[in-house]
Write a protein that binds this ligand. Structure first.
Ligand code: PGA
Length: 251
């Protein structure tokens, strides 16, 4: 089976609601007939405007995080249930910035993934090694542990609601992209792990995307790799010409 490509923009803490409407309108006007799934993830506060603006376009809107409880005394948090109620279909979970700055762990990411799936959201589950881990030669051990702990208790059927994003921390926002070989190697390894944890069919069907300084120039080569099914794009997703060029060129 052909795996459809996914281009997902992670806007991080950028764009107010009114700026979101302007940027999305511009992106919308530059999108051609898409051959990929195209997702934009703005900040929580801008989600509603994003959904309104993306109406009647192929753009899907996603969140950047969620909490695992449905409601309660959790000041400042937003639940998967709340995202789903807004019409959100995707949520990024376990991004390295969340792990580094906000204390997300493999265990909390696992609870968030379960909650997202329970509310019919598709989780864009992020994993990736630091520069130190790569240099020490423990990339595969680290990725394997993140995948196993993050997906603990997730059934084979539920895997249809998971997209895995391989994002080497040293490549995020640094302009230092992984080479297509480095990215392909780890994405292939992730597919192998999924095959071991579930079965061949699940491994064949799971969409594994790459993130880390992906841009208009390096996207085509990365996306041509056998095991790379798309991109999770930060900086370049804030530039309408770049993100739409990447999406429009997806085959
Ligand atoms: P970047 O971010 O494209 O700016 O490196 C990617 C990400 O953090 O998802």
């Amino acid at each position: 089976m052909e795996r459809k490509k996914i281009i997902a923009g992670n806007w991080k803490m950028n764009k107010t609601p009114s700026e979101t409407a302007i940027l999305l309108d511009e992106i919308k006007s530059k999108l051609g007939d898409l051959n990929c799934k195209f997702i934009i993830c703005p900040p929580f506060i801008s989600l509603e405007r994003a959904i309104e603006t993306a109406k009647n376009s192929p753009i899907k809107i996603g969140g950047q995080n969620c909490y695992w409880e449905e409601s309660g005394a959790y000041t400042g948090e937003v639940s998967a249930k709340m995202l789903a109620d807004l019409g959100i279909e995707y949520v990024i979970l376990g991004h390295s910035e969340r792990r580094t700055y906000f204390g997300d762990t493999d265990q909390s990411v696992n609870k968030k993934i379960k909650s997202a799936i329970n509310h019919s959201l598709t989780a864009i589950f992020c994993v990736g090694e630091s520069l130190e881990q790569r240099e020490l030669g423990v990339t595969e051990t680290h990725i394997k542990s993140q995948i196993k702990l993050g997906l603990l208790g997730i059934s084979q059927e539920e895997m249809a609601k998971i997209i895995i994003a391989y994002e080497p921390i040293w490549a995020i926002g640094t302009g230092k992209t992984a080479t297509s070989q480095q990215a392909e190697e780890v994405c292939r390894f992730i597919r192998k792990i999924i095959g071991e944890m579930y079965n061949c069919e699940t491994a064949e069907n799971i969409q594994i995307i790459y993130g880390g300084s992906m841009n208009e120039k390096n996207a085509a080569e990365l996306l041509s790799m056998e095991n790379i099914d798309g991109g999770l794009i930060g900086g370049a997703s804030l530039k309408p010409d770049e993100i739409t060029a990447i999406a429009n060129n997806c085959i």
